[in-house]
Write a protein that binds this ligand. Structure first.
Ligand code: PHE
Length: 467
């Protein structure tokens, strides 16, 4: 007989675990840069609207699917669609998407660990050189770091939902909040901090074009860990008496606050040394910011706080990003584990070995696609350009399939599972939600313009990246 399903021990535990999933590299780096380059406060406003009016209802839909079915995404779609048929497909997509996103996210996390170790060893001057990154990602030591990161994450997962995922979130998330605040207070007291803050916050509505709006939407969706089966899986570990709307709101607010606060760290740091910097020259890619640009800023900090102080600041930053990445990876790897347990009847340990073995091979492939192996470095041609294995995984699963998964969640919940069932699940544990204005909004929007917007994001991305 199958063991009873595990659950989060408390509502706070759930909120911290889900916020741990949501708060990731995207919040700490991609968000501040995107905001600065895309109209400051104007971008923040658009982003906040997307989070609360588009993403929050989708999160509630995903959590409801999980909690109602008590299953992983494959099982949830199977059970709530009443068996076979095309509605099984989104379940499988919600298995393979997190599986593959985890692979490339693992590689970036490995680099972060590598940079943390280097800063702790006092090698900040080397990290600040342009050539170092390429050299580092092509050195065999990344494989050692990969094994360490995987052992850490799977070690947490092996302990289960309550003793592993929830307990890790309960220690790591408060640590992250406190460190982030500490770093923010420090940079806000530096010279020129205010110039950075102005850049970050003063709205420039002239920057808002279709592309910026599309990016804000995609960023919000990714940042809340939607479309990856994570919230379906975590929903299945929620207690029946907890409020889905209330918990989802807490997760969305935490995630957005952390992203906003990260901007108060990154922008003043940049402007402290480069008060004249032209922000359009900042790298669009998070990796470019983390591994090429920011180390130079940290190194320059030595002029005001000495080499030791600058190294300590840089170590604290990389540690912060590492913690955020680890809690995200824990959540995303739990999805295939849940499927193997629920659908394949495996035990937790066996599911971990199986998933880890395949992910290790694929992650090694990704790590080798920056020059170590030529055939992986120019793996395929996309839009006439050589595309590495790493870039291909990111393009297909992160850029393309993610919004598609969100679209399918909306259509499934409203038109196949049906509104009445969805409503019932939302009211379970939250009687006040019944009949509220927000409930009516959620019901209406999920069946109409939210799937349309997600379809648009999907189309724009395909047109932009594949041709
Ligand atoms: N919300 C995460 C981020 O912003 C996205 C993510 C979740 C990535 C889970 C990987 C795993 O980085």
């Amino acid at each position: 007989m199958a063991a009873a399903r595990e659950h989060f021990g408390s509502r706070l535990g759930f909120v911290l675990a889900a916020a741990g999933s949501a708060v990731g590299i995207g919040n700490l780096v991609a968000f501040p840069v995107a905001a600065t380059k895309s109209g400051g406060g104007a971008f923040l406003l658009v982003y906040a609207l997307f989070v609360f009016f588009i993403c929050l209802p989708v999160m509630m839909a995903e959590l409801s699917l999980g909690r109602r079915s008590d299953k992983d995404p494959v099982g949830a779609y199977r059970q709530l669609s009443g068996g076979s048929g095309p509605w099984r497909i989104p379940g499988w997509l919600a298995l393979i998407t997190p599986f593959m996103i985890a692979v490339f996210y693992l590689v970036v996390t490995v680099w972060i660990l590598g940079y943390l170790v280097e800063t702790l060893r006092g090698n900040l001057d080397q990290l600040a050189t342009q050539a170092h990154f390429k050299q580092f990602i092509n050195s065999p030591i990344v494989f050692l770091y990969l094994v360490i990161v995987m052992l850490g994450i799977n070690g947490i997962l092996a302990l289960g939902v309550k003793d592993g995922i929830e307990r890790a979130a309960k220690t790591l998330m408060p640590t992250l909040f406190v460190m982030l605040l500490g770093l923010v207070i420090f940079v806000l007291t530096r010279e020129n901090a205010i110039v950075g803050i102005k850049y970050y916050l003063i709205p420039d509505f002239s920057q808002l074009d279709a592309r910026v709006v599309n990016n804000a939407m995609a960023q919000a969706f990714f940042s809340l860990s939607l479309g990856m089966g994570i919230m379906i899986t975590y929903g299945s570990y929620m207690k029946k008496q907890d409020s889905i709307p209330g918990s989802a709101r807490a997760v969305a607010i935490t995630d957005t606050l952390v992203a906003f606060t990260a901007g108060l760290l990154i922008l003043p740091s940049i402007f402290h040394f480069n008060p004249q910097i032209d922000t359009t020259t900042l790298s669009d890619s998070s990796a470019g910011m983390i591994f090429l640009f920011l180390p130079k800023i940290f190194f320059a900090l030595q002029e005001s706080i000495g080499y030791f102080g600058a190294s300590a600041f840089a170590s604290a930053f990389f540690f912060l990003v590492l913690v955020a990445a680890i809690t995200s990876l824990v959540s995303i790897i739990e999805v295939p584990l849940a499927t193997l347990r629920d659908e394949g009847g495996m035990g937790r340990k066996k599911s971990i070995y199986t998933v880890a073995a395949i992910q290790l091979v694929l992650a090694i492939g990704c790590a080798m696609s920056f020059g170590m192996a030529d055939w992986l470095t120019s793996f395929v041609q996309v839009a006439g350009k050589d595309t590495s294995f790493f870039a291909l995984v990111e393009l297909i699963f992160y850029s393309t399939i993610l919004p598609l998964n969100g679209l399918l969640v909306c259509l499934f919940v409203i038109y196949k599972w049906k509104r009445a069932n969805f409503d019932k699940e939302l009211q379970q544990g939250d009687s006040g939600f019944a009949g509220s204005l927000f409930q009516r909004y959620v019901n209406f929007s999920l069946g109409t313009f939210i799937p349309l917007i997600l379809l648009l994001v999907f189309i724009i991305t395909v047109a932009d990246k594949y041709f």
